[in-house]
Design a binder for this molecule. Structure first.
Ligand code: LMR
Length: 398
């Protein structure tokens, strides 16, 4: 049977990690996979995570099963972190949340729920979107289409074109929105634009599916969930997939959450029962360790405060790097590219760099980025910024 399988090319993002590690060059820069890095290029374990992990290990009495919904304390605390504890969606009982194996697991769970409803809607994703959205969502059987989102030249959101497309979609279709820190572009919607989108979704009876993977790394922990809060306050039904990989630095622990917002509490309870059945049929239940750490942090005032400070420091470091890169690009590339990098938010920017130019940057300058021109801002250091800007300038020009 297996003789029919041909070896596949590496994953466009994860494959870069392996290629970077294998590169023997003494000077090499990894702007590929989306992980936070400090000035020394290290991805540290957050101090709040270390302290919470020690407490979890000291206090844990059993490792017996929790069930397909995972850690319920984590589910409740995360729902409050995202929506705010007084949000009407929560107080009306219309929300249920399930812990999931990472943001990817959460996205897939939600996609499986959509196909379970029997209506098999089309899901519309931004053009461009995170490469892994495609297999995660279409793998569940959803038909995938793209709405216009990004103007590569100016580095800004094509908001009118996006709105125009949403205004043509049939009722019941699903629209995937990046809650903040758009991956791969870094071009986010303003709150006023979120409001307009929410109104269109409501009027056309479209279902928003928000992917919130970078909360705290754009404008602030609360600020980055404002769009999601607005959507949840406006529409009757929504899905929200959340990742704790970046803002808690728990990447390999696989910590995520899926929230379902239903028309009423009975429908929310029914939806959650289907989600538990789906989870049971795929992986039975999510791993507990990382979720237990997050629950320990969010239930402890001091740890919570320490964690918030660490998230703020990561965000501010990336803002400093953005400004430095923008300034350096102004001297080597176009003014538009420099301005876009400055205005975009979060871990990524997509530069107007062709796939061939990205190959040249990797082969000649040992700068690793995905072939769509996405760079991880956290992979830059103040020391490397001029080298990076000069190299990009040599393949792009002014
Ligand atoms: C990324 O976009 O680089 C991260 O979300 C890591 C991944 O799984 O692709």
């Amino acid at each position: 049977m297996f003789e029919n399988l041909q070896a596949l090319p590496e994953d466009p993002i994860l494959g870069l990690m392996a290629a970077f590690r294998a590169d023997p060059a003494p000077v090499k820069i990894d702007l590929g996979v989306g992980v936070y890095k400090d000035e020394h290029g290290k991805t540290p374990v957050l101090a709040a995570v270390r302290a919470a992990e020690a407490a979890v290990l000291a206090e844990q009495q059993t490792k017996t099963y929790l069930g397909p919904a995972g850690n319920e304390q984590f589910n409740a605390l995360m729902s409050q972190l995202i929506l705010g504890d007084k949000h009407t969606a929560l107080t009306s009982g219309r929300v249920r949340a399930l812990q999931a194996p990472g943001g990817c697991g959460a996205l897939r769970l939600g996609a499986e729920l959509l196909t379970t409803t029997g209506s098999r809607p089309t899901i519309h994703v931004s053009d461009p979107t995170w490469a892994n959205h495609v297999p995660l969502l279409s793998g569940a059987g959803l038909k995938l289409e793209r709405y216009p989102y990004f103007d590569t030249r100016s580095g800004t959101v094509r908001f009118d074109a996006m709105l125009e497309r949403l205004n043509t979609l049939p009722a019941g279709d699903v629209v995937l929105l990046h809650g903040c820190c758009h991956n791969p572009t870094g071009a986010d919607l303003s709150l006023a634009q979120w409001r307009q989108i929410a109104d269109v979704l409501l009027q056309r009876r479209l279902i928003p599916y928000v992917d919130l993977a970078y909360q705290g790394l754009g404008e602030g922990i609360t600020e980055d969930s404002e769009g999601t809060r607005l959507i949840a306050a406006t529409v009757p039904e929504a899905l929200i997939a959340v990742s704790c990989s970046k803002n808690f630095g728990l990447y390999r622990e696989r910590v995520g959450l899926l929230m379902v917002l239903a028309g009423n509490e009975t429908q929310a309870v029914a939806s959650a029962s289907h989600l538990r059945k789906i989870a049971r049929g795929i992986y039975s239940m999510p791993p507990d360790h990382g979720a237990a750490i997050v629950a320990r942090i969010l239930s402890d005032a001091k740890l919570s405060n320490d964690w918030r400070n660490e998230v703020n420091a990561m965000r501010e470091r990336m803002m400093t790097l953005r400004r430095a890169l923008s300034k350096a690009l102004a001297a080597t590339c176009t003014a538009e590219m420099a301005a876009a990098v400055d205005q975009q938010r979060g871990m990524f920017s997509t530069l107007a760099v062709t796939p061939e130019a990205a190959d040249t940057l990797r082969e000649k300058h040992h700068i690793y980025m995905t072939r769509d021109g996405r760079i991880n801002i956290a992979g830059i250091s103040l020391e490397s910024v001029d080298y990076i800007a000069r190299a990009i300038g040599s393949v792009v020009g002014r």
